[in-house]
Design a protein around this ligand. Structure first.
Ligand SMILES: NC(=O)c1ccc[n+]([C@@H]2O[C@H](COP(=O)([O-])OP(=O)(O)OC[C@H]3O[C@@H](n4cnc5c(N)ncnc54)[C@H](O)[C@@H]3O)[C@@H](O)[C@H]2O)c1
Ligand SMILES: CCCCC/C=C\C=C\[C@H](O)C/C=C\C/C=C\CCCC(=O)O
Length: 111
């Protein structure tokens, strides 16, 4: 929401992940490819919404993003690291999309 190009890039990452994971499985590449999709995380990127040069025409919607942050809260990076370790350790995961949110914690999007 609010930033169409940013959002399009994230959808692209998911398509890339799932397609490459299937290619890896079929081609016996020996690697697993998964995506980790967190809600808001406490990193420097959150400050970018305060700068017009980052959001361009969509700067006018920054209060909407701030409201989302207020409603859903901000995760600490350590929570994301824990999810990442789970992706590393679970050999059954390939082409998986792990979501981490304040409301549901770690869960998976099934396609
Ligand atoms: N922080 C969040 O709320 C959040 C939530 C979901 C997804 N993400 C995604 O996670 C990823 C990492 O974000 P983050 O929160 O750690 O942000 P961050 O701002 O802390 O880190 C981003 C890093 O990317 C580097 N970078 C930027 N442009 C680059 C380029 N062209 N080539 C190489 N490196 C470049 C920056 O120098 C910086 O070190 C991003 O793709 C972001 O969209 C972040
Ligand atoms: C919205 C774009 C703002 C510009 C980029 C700054 C930060 C981006 C952070 C993340 O990519 C945001 C991702 C998801 C947040 C959206 C809704 C949260 C829903 C959480 C839930 O369902 O519990």
């Amino acid at each position: 929401a609010h930033c169409p190009v940013y959002t399009a890039s994230k959808h692209g990452v998911l398509g890339f992940t799932r397609s490459l994971a299937e290619a890896s499985r079929l081609g016996n590449y020996g690697i697993r490819i998964n995506a980790l999709c967190p809600s808001f995380v406490n990193t420097a990127i959150l400050d970018t919404i305060n700068h017009e040069e980052n959001l361009g025409n969509f700067y006018q919607f920054k209060d909407g993003v701030k409201n989302l942050i207020k409603v859903f809260g901000v995760l600490e990076p350590s929570v994301i690291a824990d999810g990442f370790v789970q992706l590393l350790e679970d050999d059954s995961l390939n082409g998986a999309v792990m979501k981490i949110t304040t409301t549901k914690g770690v869960h998976f999007e099934n396609y």
